[in-house]
Write a protein of this length. Structure first.
Length: 302
């Protein structure tokens, strides 16, 4: 663990530092509360051992400041105090401390507290990792590995706000695999799932790192294209169409004899500064128009 020790008493500071290092942990030290806060922000230690009474920011204020931070990982705080009354202990715990050690400091007691801190911080790290995994799973389509509609909603909201604020263009491209129901009927759902995964990979391979590709539902995909007007989005879709043709997935139920796409594009720009929901509706309508016109084509909204 990385441990921050803050104490304005040089002897106590050295004693605590030695105890921390003897326990096998990395240690940084601060001689007052203000320095401790600066070191905390710079190093993000796993454990803070802080004196209650210090110049500048005292130990209670340091506890409150650490707890006010919205950090991903938990910081375990041990308060050093020469005031061992029940009220002082409760005040320290209410300020955010996890434990306390009375002065003069007993190195053995501090080492015991660090063992507890290691268990607690390890548990919090595991929970944070599991939360991240669950969050990613909640935003990922299990079949294709693409982002899903929940992630699209979050990303589109952020992109629309940023584009509106800075006057930047962006485009949406709604894609659909042509005659996919007949593909499933002819080749089976297992082959249909494999085809969708292949199309998803082809879509993702043609996009920039700043672009987004999402499974919108069924055989529908949506591309989020920051900084691209309608013409740029159409050029991107032509590359996507070429990549899907390159898959050469046979489809006897399609006039082309192979799996193909249709797409509808809508664009946010200075002359068309509509809300995100309107853009989604326009892209969907343009996709419908592409299918009505014979499929295997791109149609621009409006």
């Amino acid at each position: 663990m990385k441990v921050l020790v803050a104490d304005d008493d040089p002897g106590s500071l050295l004693l605590a530092k030695a105890a921390v290092e003897r326990s096998g942990h990395d240690c940084v030290v601060a001689a007052d509360g203000d320095e401790a806060w600066a070191l905390f922000q710079a190093h993000r230690p796993d454990v803070v051992v802080t004196d209650r009474m210090m110049p500048g920011m005292d130990g209670m204020e340091l506890c409150r400041a650490i707890r006010a931070e919205e950090a991903e990982l938990y910081t375990y705080i041990v308060l050093l105090t020469s005031q061992g009354s029940r009220d002082d202990v409760l005040a320290g715990l209410e300020a955010g401390a996890d434990d306390y050690v009375t002065k003069p400091l007993d190195p053995f007691v501090l080492q015991a507290r660090l063992l507890v801190a290691l268990r607690i911080t390890t548990l919090h790290a595991d929970l944070a990792r599991y939360r991240k995994i669950l969050s990613e799973q909640a935003r990922t389509d299990p079949l294709t590995g693409l982002h899903n509609r929940l992630k699209l909603s979050e990303d589109l909201e952020q992109l629309h706000a940023r584009s509106s604020r800075h006057g930047e263009a962006y485009s949406l491209a709604m894609c659909d695999v042509d005659n996919f129901k007949s593909y499933n009927d002819l080749y089976g759902h297992q082959a249909g799932d494999l085809a969708l995964r292949s199309v998803a990979s082809a879509l993702a391979a043609q996009l920039r790192k700043t672009d987004g590709v999402y499974r919108f539902g069924g055989e529908e995909f949506l591309l989020l294209l920051p900084g691209q007007d309608a013409a740029g989005a159409k050029a991107t879709m032509e590359r996507v169409f070429s990549a899907v043709r390159g898959l050469a997935v046979p489809h006897s139920g399609d006039p082309a004899g192979q799996l193909r796409l249709s797409a509808g594009i809508s664009a946010f720009c200075s002359g068309h500064a509509v809300d995100a929901e309107t853009l989604l509706s326009e892209a969907d309508a343009a996709l419908y128009a592409a299918k009505a016109a014979g499929r295997n084509r791109v149609v621009l909204a409006g």
